[in-house]
Design a protein around this ligand. Structure first.
Ligand code: AMP
Ligand code: GLY
Length: 425
């Protein structure tokens, strides 16, 4: 079959790499893709938000299955556009992708269906938000309602910071219309765990857990990023936590979406915090995580095409997900120094050939480009996801950091403490 993948990051590279292993797949296209994805797929210069062009391309090339990796097109309704054209597509429709697209929607859903999450209020009027802060407890968390590249969440230590945050999001509209509404919520403490799942509208099946490192600098300092590296599985995701989440979070979320007339098909990413009062939902995403996909997919043993199709056809109950549970994976993101604030692009990347033919080592490309002369150059803030699998997290971590030394480019930056908590746990 012919498969089209929509997106251009490390997540889409990991998806394309996994799709390429399916004996059922004869050709992979990626729109728009990147320099690394071009090694496993034919990249086509169509943007992820150009729905008409994507649909026309899929029709022309007789694509059998399209997989949407990114949040923006999902929230914008790309799946509806494909379905309207009679094309097979993996991902939630617009009315279900709102689970990620609007924090106010997801918080209201959790409240209505009793799914554990932080207490909150939603505001569309900055004056009312400012008045609420007068009596609030600190720290407190402000969240832009809409998509803001993971940067629309502000943790405010005191009233002054919070008032500044309200002005930034709502009055100065730093994230545009994403800040037309904001959620102000209780600050929670605990370990964070990311859990990805496949969903077919009714049934939800959990993938191996992961732990992200969202802040730019070591020791969880510096600004929030899309993710600087992660590991899987999380040792803090115990059987007890899993049983609780299945009963009170995963299935109730899928049932709630169905009850609201918004059946969810695709991947739900549960961002959880393990608090003293039990696991609570920090956020939902309507797609694979980036870099969560890079640490979870290398240990998935199923043919991913079978899983995608089971979700689309509503027969996920017949699929048994199989993970290499006695192995662990660590991904260290190599970024361009300055990310996520200001950084340069266009540096030549050297050393990638060291990964060729080496089992257990992967290099997923996030922001790279092949030049006309065939050179691989940096083309984004997050550049590469250097990933390794080992017998446990400690070994995987040592191997991933070893492999980061194989690669060289100008302004290369990485966190040195990805997965360090494991050694200390
Ligand atoms: P989100 O995009 O909602 O996952 O938020 C980004 C990050 O902000 C999370 O990964 C947490 O580290 C932090 N965060 C979000 N909400 C809260 C909260 N209610 N309490 C504490 N930290 C939070
Ligand atoms: N790594 C977090 C995300 O994909 O949103």
């Amino acid at each position: 079959m012919k498969v089209l993948i929509v997106g251009s990051g490390g997540r889409e590279h990991a998806i394309a790499w996994k799709v390429a292993q399916s004996p059922r797949v004869e050709k992979i296209y990626c729109a728009p893709g990147n320099g690394g994805i071009a090694q496993v797929a034919e990249c086509v210069p169509i943007g992820a938000m150009e729905f008409d062009r994507l649909v026309d391309f899929a029709r022309d090339k007789e694509i059998d299955l399209t997989v949407i990796g990114m949040d923006d097109p999902l929230v914008g309704g790309v799946v509806d556009a494909f379905e309207a054209a009679g094309l097979r597509v993996f991902g939630p429709r617009k009315n279900a992708a709102i689970l990620e697209g609007s924090k106010a929607f997801s918080k209201d859903l959790m409240k209505k269906y009793g799914i554990p999450t932080a207490a909150y209020e939603t505001f569309t009027d900055p004056d009312k938000a400012l008045a609420y802060l007068e009596t609030a407890r600190f720290p407190i968390v402000l969240k832009a309602d809409g998509l803001a590249l993971g940067k629309g969440v502000l943790i405010c230590e005191n009233p002054e910071e919070a008032r500044k945050g309200v002005r930034e999001l709502m009055t100065d509209r730093k994230f545009g219309s994403a800040g037309d509404a904001i959620v102000i919520e209780e600050f929670m403490t605990g370990r964070e765990v990311s859990v990805l799942s496949f969903v077919d509208g009714n049934v939800v099946k959990i993938m191996s857990s992961a732990q992200d490192h969202k802040r730019a600098r070591d020791g969880d300092q510096g600004p929030n990023t899309g993710g600087m590296g992660n590991f899987s599985p999380s040792p803090f995701y115990t059987e007890e936590v899993d049983a609780f989440c299945k009963k009170y979070i995963y299935q109730p979320t899928v049932d709630a979406m169905k009850a609201e007339g918004r059946p969810f098909t695709g991947v739900i990413f549960f961002g959880l915090m393990l608090t003293e009062d039990g696991p609570k939902v920090l956020e939902y995403n309507a797609r694979f995580g980036d870099p969560e996909a890079q640490v979870v997919l290398p240990r998935l043993n199923n043919d991913i095409i079978d899983v995608f199709e089971a979700c689309i056809d509503g027969r996920l109950d017949q699929v048994e997900l199989e993970f290499d549970n006695d192995r662990a994976t660590v991904c260290v993101v190599l970024a361009s120094d300055g990310y996520p604030v200001a950084y340069e692009k266009g540096f030549v990347i050297e050393g990638l050939e060291a990964f060729q033919g080496r089992e257990d080592y992967y290099v997923f490309h996030s922001g790279t480009k092949l030049t006309e002369t065939g050179q691989m150059v940096t083309n984004g803030g997050r550049v590469l996801g250097v990933t390794a699998t080992g017998k446990d997290l400690k070994e995987a971590r040592a191997k991933a950091y070893e492999a980061t030394e194989w690669v060289k480019f100008g302004n290369k930056y990485m966190r040195r403490d990805i997965g360090k908590a494991i050694d200390e746990a």
